[in-house]
Design a protein around this ligand. Structure first.
Ligand code: NAP
Length: 281
């Protein structure tokens, strides 16, 4: 039996186990997906232990995505973003000195969520609200797909740091002039945008939107990374004015799809994974 899993703390409410196990069932794979909750100081030991036990692959979530970089060989994208959410042990099985490969599939989650809704990103004006983990993934996804990205964040310095990271060598986003700002300038930026991503947690606890409703318009495609609740105030207001709306479950789904495909080399059964996920949301 192949074992995959998730490292995080806490992981009790994770939706990854049912989503991945639906894929194993659909494809008739003899595999399980297990959650692990190491103490924060034990991340390195957990990764080593997983390799020693023959675990095939791990997802990584809060609070370990940044620190996981120290225990893997990150690909270029994960290194530039500064966060790893997927570890693949397949090339590191035989040599304990070889770190396992590390990836960031949250970026593909954003890119593929838009693609699923036939939203193209090249040459588009994009606004990302938020500069935490989800904001970084969204900004890199949009910039790498050829959009001009503006990052708006409550803490402006965090948005500025993200734009600096977007613009370093190896990423042409700088050529398209990624910019940063605070939430006060959001209204004007969204009015001019083609694509909008909410990557803040606003909308989770209360029925609030981080974007002024008057700035939304029919030519916009809106992804809300928040998936609990699924239908956020931002998405409702965007839908009411005729925008394309993409809920956070699509991003969650496609980061899992991308991880599954990296681990197994097989096309993921997207419909089965999506159904399992939505059943629990
Ligand atoms: P994070 O790293 O803690 O970042 C939180 C972001 O939200 C920061 O930009 C923060 O601004 C902003 N923020 C928090 N409270 C705010 C408020 N009251 N007003 C304005 N901005 C506020 O968290 P994260 O991991 O990026 O997650 C952000 C959201 O995305 C969560 O709802 C999470 O569930 C969701 N998410 C979804 C997926 C998916 O696959 N769909 C994946 C990852 C995350 P400051 O920098 O100023 O604090």
């Amino acid at each position: 039996m192949d074992v995959y899993g998730l490292l995080g703390n806490p992981v009790g409410h994770s939706l990854s186990p049912p989503m991945h196990e639906a894929a194993y069932d659909e494809l008739g794979m003899d595999a399980r997906y297990v959650t692990f909750e190491p103490e924060p100081d034990d991340l390195g030991a957990a990764v080593e232990g997983a390799r020693a036990l023959g675990i095939e692959g791990l997802n990584v979530t809060i609070p370990f995505k940044r620190d996981a970089l120290d225990h893997v060989d990150p690909d270029d994208l994960a290194a530039r973003i500064g966060a790893v959410n997927t570890i693949d042990f397949s090339d590191a099985d035989d040599d304990p000195e070889t770190p396992p490969a590390g990836y960031n599939t949250d970026v593909a989650g954003v890119r593929r969520a838009f693609a699923h809704h036939d939203v193209t990103l090249a040459e588009k004006q994009a606004v990302v609200v938020g500069a935490g983990g989800a904001g970084r993934a969204a900004a890199f996804a949009l910039a790498d797909a050829g959009a001009a990205v503006h990052v708006a964040n409550r803490t402006v310095e965090r948005a500025e740091d993200l734009v600096t990271d977007l613009s370093i060598d190896g990423n042409s986003a700088g050529d398209r002039g990624a910019t940063a700002g605070g939430l006060d300038a959001l209204d004007g930026k969204v009015r001019e945008a083609d694509v909008l991503v909410n990557a803040t947690s606003v909308g989770m606890e209360e029925d609030r939107s981080p974007v002024p409703a008057g700035a939304l318009h029919a030519d916009l495609a809106v992804l809300d990374a928040v998936y609990s609740p699924l239908d956020t105030r931002l998405l409702r207001e965007a839908r009411e004015c005729g925008a394309i709306t993409v809920d956070g479950a699509w991003m969650l789904l496609y980061q899992g799809v991308e991880a599954f495909e990296r681990w197994t080399g097989r096309d993921a059964p997207v419909a089965a994974m999506n159904a399992a996920l939505r059943k629990r949301l």
